[in-house]
Design a binder for this molecule. Structure first.
Ligand SMILES: NC(=O)c1ccc[n+]([C@@H]2O[C@H](COP(=O)([O-])OP(=O)(O)OC[C@H]3O[C@@H](n4cnc5c(N)ncnc54)[C@H](O)[C@@H]3O)[C@@H](O)[C@H]2O)c1
Length: 337
């Protein structure tokens, strides 16, 4: 499949283009970046023509799909432009600045019969897939309580788009919290229907949230919370995903990441009657699974799923609809918190 890229200098160059090129069925035909130095550097690095204007690139090259990884405020217009050229689009998360423009975008792609997929890659982590399978086979009984923690250190940086509401749509919730909400829906196989949150900006001087706690309830009644922070040092980041059920737990440690790393601990410990002594699971040994970064690339997997879909001539908006639902939850979080 022939691809071109809009916004080639950031995650596209770090993760996505290298992942794309590991698949012999993919061909990169051009890159575009508004920053001439980034356009030139990535064009030369991958040996393809480079542009600083997206319309010029789309007019000049023969591509089936466009990967868009620009700042969030660019997503809507650039995806609509790609659509006007009849392209399928793989768009980085989040879809847009808010639920309204995200919905307009998704509806436009559906109407045109073109695929729009969103870059929530974490569900392709082998340990997240393992967790999903364990839950489905009753490995922790009925899931009752979940918790996700995703953080990074993001200090004041002059001109950084993520630090302005009008350019990024929000802060830690919009950038990190969305991954957790999407992943929890995927793992639990059900929708998050209620959210409430506290957020603040207490460490840095930018206008968006540098820390947040979201509490949630799913359709069937699973309760949970998501912690997302820009103000915890990377070395202090635990990056945890915890799922507790009526018969045990699954704890993923260090898996909320860009690489297939971390561990999953699974404890199956069904209990009959009440025990006044309340002996704790720390005394039991969970089964521990360790991820191997070399054996899986989440970015490659998400692109392979997209390519297979496009090449089949079909469209599937189920994951896109989920990404849209997350975006609308985030609107509620920001407006009510
Ligand atoms: N899924 C993931 O793992 C992941 C990780 C990081 C970022 N992202 C997402 O990817 C997108 C980009 O984030 P990033 O970290 O790469 O940002 P970045 O700022 O590092 O890079 C963005 C690139 O886009 C270019 N750019 C800016 N405005 C442009 C425009 N109007 N047209 C074309 N190019 C333009 C910049 O010059 C830069 O090269 C965001 O939506 C972000 O949320 C996803």
């Amino acid at each position: 499949m022939k691809w071109c890229v809009i916004g080639a200098g950031g995650i596209a160059d770090r993760r996505t283009i290298p992942a794309l090129l590991t698949d012999k069925n993919n061909e990169l035909v051009a890159v575009m970046d508004k920053n001439p130095a980034a356009a030139k550097a990535t064009g030369e690095k991958y040996g393809v023509p480079y542009y600083t204007d997206e319309r010029e690139m789309l007019s000049a090259v023969d591509a089936t799909a466009v990967y868009i990884s620009t700042p969030v405020f660019c997503h809507y217009e650039q995806a609509m432009l790609a659509l006007s050229f009849g392209k399928h689009v793989f768009l980085e998360k989040p879809i847009g600045l808010d639920g309204k423009e995200s919905r307009l975008l998704v509806e436009a792609f559906k109407k045109a019969g073109l695929q729009l997929s969103i870059g929530y890659m974490m569900k392709y982590h082998t340990l997240h897939e393992k967790a999903k399978a364990l839950i489905a086979e009753g490995g922790i009984g009925t899931v009752n309580s979940v918790r996700a923690q995703f953080t990074c250190w993001y200090p004041d940086i002059p001109g950084a788009w993520r630090q302005k509401k009008s350019l990024g749509g929000g802060g830690a919730i919009m950038d990190l919290g969305v991954h957790c909400l999407e992943l929890l829906e995927d793992m639990l196989g059900e929708e998050i229907t209620e959210v409430k949150a506290f957020y603040s900006t207490r460490t840095f001087s930018y206008e968006v949230d540098d820390g947040a706690v979201i509490i949630l309830r799913t359709k069937s009644g699973v309760l949970g919370h998501v912690d997302c922070n820009f103000n915890i040092p990377d070395k202090a980041s635990e990056s945890k995903l915890e799922l507790y059920g009526s018969e045990g737990y699954i704890i993923c440690h260090g898996t909320l990441a860009q690489e297939n790393v971390g561990t999953l601990s699974h404890l199956y410990a069904p209990q009959g009657g009440y025990e006044a002594a309340q002996n704790r699971s720390v005394n039991d040994a969970p089964v521990v699974y360790t991820a191997n970064a070399a054996e899986n690339n989440m970015y490659r997997r998400q692109l392979a799923a997209f390519s297979a879909l496009v090449e089949s001539g079909k469209t599937d908006y189920s994951l896109t609809d989920r990404a849209l639902r997350i975006q609308e939850l985030v609107d509620r979080i920001y407006s009510e918190a």
